[in-house]
Design a protein around this ligand. Sequence first.
Ligand SMILES: O=C(CCC(O)(O)[C@H](Cc1ccccc1)NC(=O)c1ccccc1)N[C@@H](Cc1ccccc1)C(=O)O
Ligand SMILES: [Zn+2]
Length: 582
Amino acid sequence: MNKLNDVLEKLNTAQVNASWIFNTNITNYNEEQLLKETSKYNKEQKAIWQEIQKFSNYKQYQDPALRRQLEKLSVLGIAALDSNESQKFINISTEMERIYSSASVCLPRNGSLKCGLELEPDLSNIMATSRDYNLLRETWLRWRDSAGRPIRNLYLEYIRLGNKAAIKNGFKTLDDLWLFPWETPDFKQQIEQLWQEVMPYYQKFHAYVRMKLRKFYGAERMPNDGTIPAHILGNMWAQSWTNIFDVVAPYPGKKSLDVSETMRAQNYTALRMVQLSDKFFTDLGLIPMPGPFWRESMINKPTDRKVVCHASAWDFYNRKDFRIKMCTNVNMEDLITVHHEMGHIQYYLQYKNQPVTFREGANPGFHEAIGDLLALSVSTPKHLSKINLLSDYEEDHELTLNHQMQMALQKVSFLPFGYLMDAWRWDLFSGKASKNEMNRHWWMYRLKLQGVSPPVKRNETDFDAGAKFHVPASVEYIRYFVSFIIQFQFHKSLCDIAQPNVPLHQCDIDGNQEAGQRLAKALALGSSQEWPKTMEMMTGSRNMSAKPLIEYFNPLWKYIDEQIKNENVGWNFNVNQYMENN
Ligand SMILES: O=C(CCC(O)(O)[C@H](Cc1ccccc1)NC(=O)c1ccccc1)N[C@@H](Cc1ccccc1)C(=O)O
Ligand SMILES: [Zn+2]
């Protein structure tokens, strides 16, 4: 088996190298090279798969680790397609990613038209900082015209070929293939159950934010169905509302917890942000970033070439080379993202000696949760003041509520978006939703779960889901919904070790070696055992639970209940009102 392990390492290293070169320098040549490398990778994966078929009685193997590895290798994925369909699938996937990462728009700028504006940093900054209703709407619309629409027909092909691949792997449709790594037969039901648990809290939070936005923009700018227009929530996809903290803060006068200003004033750089995060990990007794990480990572947007700016963390499958790729802006939001990416790298470092097939998260949600988990401690006012990013700190009721609001704008607002991104894709792959109504189905979910509506009518030549990285990049999204739930379970468990008598929302595990050890043991296992066992190691329970998340925000729920006495919680929605009958 360790011979196979070496083969898998070399195979993955070659593929990741070609992918890194394309992602950090988008050229036709590098795209060609990546296409070649990926089809070679798929061919060799298929050869290995055929070899393994010979041990088809692997279920009888005594050694559980060996049996588990063979089980994981028994699903080939997209490579199961025959060579020309597999080639088509790879071409479509790479083309969608290139369109998204190269998209730029023109916007009216004091009288003239400014072109070449890109998502990072231009459009993201406008969505985050502008309070000009019309400029926000133009920015929202033109991004979808440039990045979403051109992907629509490619996506139809993607679904057709993806479903063929699923069938070749013995699944019904592509959503079943996507859910295979979760090893959880009732996974969709568990997700729906978690959503039902948190939905009432989200709806109250939505009512509070809607009330504040109505006061700020005027009632005439708010739809009468109780939804919030998607373009005024501080984010291109309305998935995280931290950038409208100033509009919704309970105590606006109080020191802002958005330390972006202070970071800039202290001449923070991307490197300093990464070093700060690395120190938090090592203070917990976790593994420091190795040499190649510091030499090879790309943490600033290059000025001389096109790159895929969306952040990611890379494992080169040689147990030495691990990198981050990120177009970092010096602000609080990106400080959190730096921790998110460093969490991925820490997981890589912890499980690097596992067999290749076990070099994954216990489940995909675990991998997304580690960095955010540590950022929960970093984001406390006490910790921010400890690292000199918050001055004249004194814990009082007002500061606590401002902090709670800041965190809810990041975590609570995200929950319905984290769910609907894959609820929509599962429905499309499984045929529950018609391919002629992809955009209507998208806005059905956006209205139903998120209570967010488009600022202009949409039609079926629009492809609004395609304007979010993970759709053209074929990256599963339910992992983030799971992460936002389990990171609070992990936080509660580690806080019970590190600061047992501190309220959960004020807990900072910084420097606690015992908490660090508990985490390291779980991470080192990779996916070598089923995730409920690793969940039990971390939290004492085998199940996901929204209780710690709800507990973390207890102070906020009380405050919001008082504030929304005269508000109708929730919204009604009629998707026809927002779709042009085409
Ligand atoms: O997409 C990301 C962060 C990028 C990533 O670290 O999750 C990245 C996404 C990606 C990029 C290219 C190919 C595959 C996945 N994931 C990783 O780098 C990664 C994924 C699995 C294992 C190890 C690393 N966050 C999501 C959700 C989110 C998470 C946390 C805070 C805010 C928002 C978003 O921005 O919508
Ligand atoms: Zn991630």
